[in-house]
Design a binder for this molecule. Structure first.
Ligand SMILES: [Zn+2]
Ligand SMILES: [Zn+2]
Length: 328
């Protein structure tokens, strides 16, 4: 298998990953219909373990016998741990090896289940799996950033119907995350408070963009939502790092995540979406100005020429009306 490598775009300081192993994905070459995908050939279904990568972690079903979640290496990894995150010059350019890790979290033994419809205890186990892998991957010094994400539906990039999430760990902190952390730092330097805690206070005070809340979390449509029905789920108490989440918070996160995705499922007829846990890069994990959150982005619009040229999104819907619709 040819290895990944990463190149720095000198003009923007954005990193680009080149992952030749993913060229071989058969699904890249044919149109797939996820709804009709057959559990008979699904590598994540029980009985098809012959086609499954070795299991890294397995958590039991909290209600009945058998497993609930399994973590395996991605068969077509974007990045691999068997190299180093060292950088080198290539003429005027900077490159590095494709150091990192790419895992799949199989969320259920059932091919047709989904977070919006699975039992609450099962969602808690999915979050427990995220947490355990996050803590384990963060132990190595080279591991700078972990992105936990879920692609739901073909427009969101899913290539298998069986419910699953993914984790990618990298040896770099990209510009996108540095910018967010820099802005948070600037706000903290100016006001001596966390920007996200202040946003949360304002949102809870004005209420117009709030969808739902519980003891530990608030779900709202952000003021400058980039796409229709974008939602953020954010801890009420200041917390920089997803790794610091408590047992109580995990139970409350399961409740509000299932609720938020259930609203999309019922009110918008199960749209494709991505969700991502935006958490502190390693060297910011304990800081007072960074605040983690889970971001849900439904795939209802397609970025076009203007978005590519300007970096600005055109959102055809209004955040306050989206929140009202999802809240009702
Ligand atoms: Zn399956
Ligand atoms: Zn905060």
């Amino acid at each position: 298998m040819s290895k990944s490598h990463i190149r720095l775009n000198k003009t923007t300081r954005e990193w680009v990953i080149y992952a030749p192993s993913r060229q071989k994905r058969p699904q890249d070459f044919k149109q797939i219909n996820l709804e009709e995908s057959d559990s008979h050939y699904c590598p994540f279904c029980p009985e098809n373990e012959d086609h499954l990568e070795p299991v890294i972690l397995e958590l039991p079903n909290p209600i009945k016998q058998g497993w609930q979640t399994r973590v395996v290496e991605n068969k077509y990894p974007v990045l691999t741990p068997d190299t180093h995150p060292n950088r080198k010059m290539n003429g005027i350019y900077v490159t590095m090896m494709g150091y990192g890790q790419h895992e799949v979290i199989i969320e259920s033994p059932h091919h047709n289940q989904d977070i919006a419809t699975m039992p609450l205890k099962a969602v808690e186990t999915v979050l427990e799996t995220y947490h355990q892998r996050y803590l384990e991957l963060m132990t190595a010094h080279e591991n700078m950033m972990i992105i936990i994400f879920r692609n739901h539906g073909k427009k969101a990039g899913a290539s298998l119907k069986h419910p699953h999430s993914q984790i990618i760990m990298t040896g770099i902190v990209p510009q996108h995350i540095r910018l967010r952390e820099r802005e948070a730092q600037r706000y903290y330097d100016q006001w001596a408070r966390c920007l996200y805690c202040d946003m949360l206070y304002f949102e809870l005070h004005t209420e117009t963009r709030i969808i739902t809340e519980n003891h530990s979390f608030v779900c709202f449509v952000p003021f400058a939502a980039e796409v229709p029905f974008e939602m953020w789920i954010i801890p009420k108490e200041h917390q920089a790092d997803f790794g610091s989440i408590s047992s109580r918070q995990k139970a409350d996160l399961a409740l509000i995540l299932k609720d938020a995705l259930g609203r999309l499922y019922r009110k918008l007829n199960n749209p494709d979406y991505n969700y991502v846990i935006n958490t502190a890069a390693r060297y910011k994990a304990e800081e007072p100005q960074v605040h983690w959150y889970l971001q849900i982005r439904p795939r209802l619009t397609t970025p076009a020429g203007f978005e590519i040229g300007s970096g600005m999104n055109i959102n055809p819907s209004i955040p306050e009306l989206d929140a009202k619709f999802l809240r009702s």
